[in-house]
Design a binder for this molecule. Sequence first.
Ligand code: PGA
Length: 236
Amino acid sequence: MSRSFYIFGNWKMSQSLQLVAQFFENFDVDFTANKEVAVFPSAPHLYQTLEYRKAPQIRIGAQDCSAHKEGAFTGEISASQIGSLGCTDVLIGHSERRQYHAEGNPLIREKIKRANEAGLRVCLCVGESLKEREAGQLDAVLKSQLEVLDVSAENLLIAYEPVWAIGTGKVASLEEIEEAHKKIGKISGGRPCLYGGSVKPENAKEILSLSAVSGVLVGGASLKAESFSKIYESCP
Ligand code: PGA
């Protein structure tokens, strides 16, 4: 049986609506059942993205959701609002949320619960900073960030994204990726785990060939249809 792969594109706050339309005009891949593709546009573009996407095989997700169900929370977007648009996925705990919005386990747990209630699949992002890695804290960081798995979440994938490799052009070595993914596999009971951090067409194939890697979460190189298609086609 062929392995299953998840090829996810995190568009962050980097895409105009015009570029989103252009992406779908040019994103042309041979969809196969074992290779799943999802993109995560900015919240204001979610609805239009669902309209623009030509192939229903492309899953659309949000980059975050509120920890609250509903109510007076100005600026927040609830998981059920995301789901009601027709989106199926949500990223939770991305390092940029942890870093710039001080998100930690208590909040992340609530977000996972809300996503579950709304029927969204969660992609939980974890990963250590350079300082933590250099201090030999990789195990401790992963263990602590994965404590949120005590929330019963059936529909949840993990993305390992070392903070020092995100948007820096510095990719973790294959050994480092494999080592971290094996640790995550042990802690999480073998949940699928994607790698993220400066993934591009030039390195996707070797990363995806690692047996502990179930896919990739791509930032910069997912903005252009051409490079994201190449990454999609890189699955072994
Ligand atoms: P990058 O971002 O591919 O631009 O490093 C990855 C991410 O933050 O998900």
